[in-house]
Design a binder for this molecule. Structure first.
Ligand SMILES: Nc1ncnc2c1ncn2[C@@H]1O[C@H](COP(=O)(O)OP(=O)(O)OP(=O)(O)O)[C@@H](O)[C@H]1O
Ligand SMILES: [Mg+2]
Length: 218
């Protein structure tokens, strides 16, 4: 088996920035690394992503939203993540199952047991070996995310950015609770630091945890 690393945190905390830097570093060291993201990561799940992040879909109900995340994850796991892990790759995924607990349970208020059950089925036995939580004040993250969205052409994926601050604060609390529940799986880094400082910390902590057998190609 390979090694599965997920990145989590509130909007704009720096997940995509950091996961790309880590992916480049691991690849430059000769490690077989696959970078993917949720929602999405394969053509069918990317179509579901469009529905989930489209700000015009304000009427999407919390339960329908949850089911769409489950559907996208089931497809992504069977089409991309599980085969890549079976082929002994290091898989880096920008958001995964913890996001559904943080956003749909802590954020939206859905029953956690329903979400845990859905995740259990959607993940099909795949669980993260390591999760990097980029912790960040939602005020800071939202400001960064809005600036990035304004500067980017193409569809404005901002349905969550438009949620009120209290929603994002609950999401942050949810993530911190998940990290406290499984301290062995989570690494928590301070997203308020400079990009290169965070990157150096993540690289050091992640490389230490990657099994020796996967370093063999170096
Ligand atoms: N530590 C940082 N300090 C300042 N700016 C940052 C930092 N990390 C990322 N940024 C910038 O903030 C913006 C958001 O970063 P990024 O897209 O990596 O966040 P994200 O967590 O992936 O956001 P989203 O939840 O919307 O996917 C980008 O323009 C990025 O360049
Ligand atoms: Mg991102």
């Amino acid at each position: 088996m390979g090694y599965f690393v997920t990145f989590e945190g509130v909007e704009g905390c720096g997940k995509t920035t950091q996961i790309r830097l880590l992916s480049k570093l691991l690849s430059s060291r000769g490690l077989n690394t696959i970078l993917t993201r949720e929602p999405g990561g394969c053509p069918i799940a990317d179509k579901i992503r469009t529905i989930l992040l489209d700000a015009d879909n304000r009427a999407l109900s919390p339960l329908a939203e949850l089911m769409l995340y489950g559907a996208a994850r089931a497809q992504h796991v069977s089409e991309v993540i599980a085969p890549a892990l079976n082929a002994r790759n290091i898989v880096l995924c920008d958001r995964f199952s913890d996001a559904t607990v943080a956003y749909q349970s802590f954020g939206r208020g859905l029953d956690r047991t329903v979400i845990d059950t859905l995740n259990l089925h959607a993940c099909q036995g795949v669980t993260p070996d390591l999760t990097v939580l980029v912790d960040c004040d939602p005020n800071v993250g939202l400001e960064r995310a809005r600036r990035r969205i304004d500067a980017t052409s193409g569809p404005r994926e901002e349905r969550f950015e438009l949620e009120e601050l209290s929603f994002h604060t609950r999401v942050r609390t949810g993530y911190m609770q998940l990290a406290a529940e499984e301290p062995g799986r989570f690494i928590v880094v301070d997203g308020a630091n400079k990009i290169d400082v965070i990157s150096a910390e993540i690289s050091r902590l992640v490389i230490d945890r990657i099994p020796e057998t996967l370093h063999a190609v170096c």
